[in-house]
Design a protein. Structure first.
Length: 399
């Protein structure tokens, strides 16, 4: 669609409206905008001439033709006029008052109550020159009044003024539509940005960032951290198509994301084939160990379901540890919400020293879970890399 024409040598008032990006308008609205901004729009104006007298219509038509107006449609009564107004767009209506079936007052009343057509300017042309009739026409929304017989000079002046005002109203109307659509587009983009931000950050942390905080770091005294890792993943990756491998991981981790969301836990990140989730942050909760233990059991069930669905034979080790951590946001363009501290390291060691398809937990997590009615089996002391002998337990389920 070509851009609206511009004539700087003789700028009309409607050309001084600041143009905006047309991306929010439909093709039809863009055509209306171009037409309303065109210097030739006045001569191309669609005029509806309504009069029950064939002779008077012919006289006015000839006057309009002499003035350069050719796009003229005629109607011999008000009912026909309203039908035509519902079928197509007109720039101005020249309306007689005294007509059979539906008079000019009826047409004006109908247009006044029609939100889609009330903006169409109406010039009343009538032999009723009483002041009361003129006032009633103006009250019903008529743009102007012409006495009969119509004077061509007066017709030219009032028709030109009405069309000018119509163009200005059209421009205003279309600009408002465009601004509203731009606003909707902006709101949609903001909603997308919000969803993307919530995909990588907890809601409360995202809100703090939006409010202008630059450094977000907190120390939490009681948190349970869970690490999960697929057994033999490196070998699986070497003999599996790249797209199939990613699809498999995406399916599994998406299920884990759903579990974390339902249980109010915070997925921290994935590292290759490892999945890290925590309970008790950023919003502290007293049952953080129980919530994470329930997720661990559900993760194992979810992996078993995936194996049945896909005919795979994946195994997974899960490690859990409870204790204090430091959590915060790092990065200036690509934000990451992460955890640091000995608790994170111990949870990783619980995973790496665990058994396939079992959840291996530390003493601190065991003590919290026993209080909440979970059943655990002692493994005794297990050597953990970089830490030494550590007493560990296997999570069996709720008692």
């Amino acid at each position: 669609m070509p851009a609206p024409k511009e004539d700087r040598s003789s700028a009309r008032p409607f050309q001084l409206v600041q143009p905006s990006a047309p991306g929010g308008l439909t093709p039809q609205q863009l055509a209306e905008l171009e037409r309303a901004s065109s210097e030739t729009a006045e001569q191309e104006a669609a005029i509806l001439l309504v009069d029950d007298s064939d002779q008077l219509r012919e006289v006015v038509r000839m006057m309009l033709g002499a003035l350069g107006y050719q796009n003229i449609t005629e109607a011999k009564d008000g009912e026909v006029a309203l039908k035509l107004l519902h079928e197509r767009e007109f720039d101005v209506v020249i309306l007689d008052l005294t007509m059979p079936k539906l008079d000019g007052f009826g047409v004006l009343t109908a247009l006044r109550h029609d939100p889609l057509r009330r903006h169409v300017p109406v010039i009343v042309a009538s032999g009723l020159d009483q002041l009361q009739a003129v006032v009633r026409c103006i009250e019903l929304g008529a743009e102007d009044f012409l006495p009969k017989p119509v004077n061509s000079v007066l017709l030219k002046a009032r028709l030109g003024a009405s069309l000018e005002r119509k163009r200005l109203r059209d421009l205003d109307r279309l600009r408002v539509i465009e601004l509203e659509q731009d606003k909707k587009l902006l709101e949609n983009e903001q909603e997308k940005s919000e969803r993307l931000l919530l995909n990588i950050l907890p809601r409360s942390i995202a809100e703090r960032l939006k409010q202008g905080e630059h450094t977000i770091a907190e120390r939490y005294a009681g948190v349970t951290v869970l690490f999960a890792d697929i057994v033999g993943f490196s070998d699986l990756a070497s003999r599996t198509d790249a797209q199939d491998l990613v699809a498999l991981l995406n399916s599994l981790f998406s299920r884990f994301d759903g579990i974390a969301g339902r249980r109010g836990l915070e997925k921290i990140k994935t590292i290759g084939d490892a999945y890290l989730v925590a309970g008790g942050l950023p919003d502290p909760r007293h049952d953080h160990a129980s919530a994470v233990a329930d997720m661990a059991l559900e993760m194992l069930d979810s992996l078993a379901t995936l194996n049945r669905e896909r005919g795979t034979n994946l195994s997974m080790r899960i490690g859990m540890h409870s204790g204090p951590v430091v959590a915060g946001v790092i990065g200036s363009r690509k934000f990451t919400y992460d955890l640091w501290g000995a608790t994170v390291n111990m949870a990783d060691r619980m995973q790496s020293s665990g058994l396939p398809d079992r959840a291996n937990v530390s003493q601190s997590t065991h003590d919290l879970l026993v209080k909440d009615g979970f059943k655990l089996t002692s493994r005794g002391s297990v050597e953990c890399k970089g830490i030494g002998e550590v007493r560990t337990y296997l999570l069996e389920g709720r008692g």
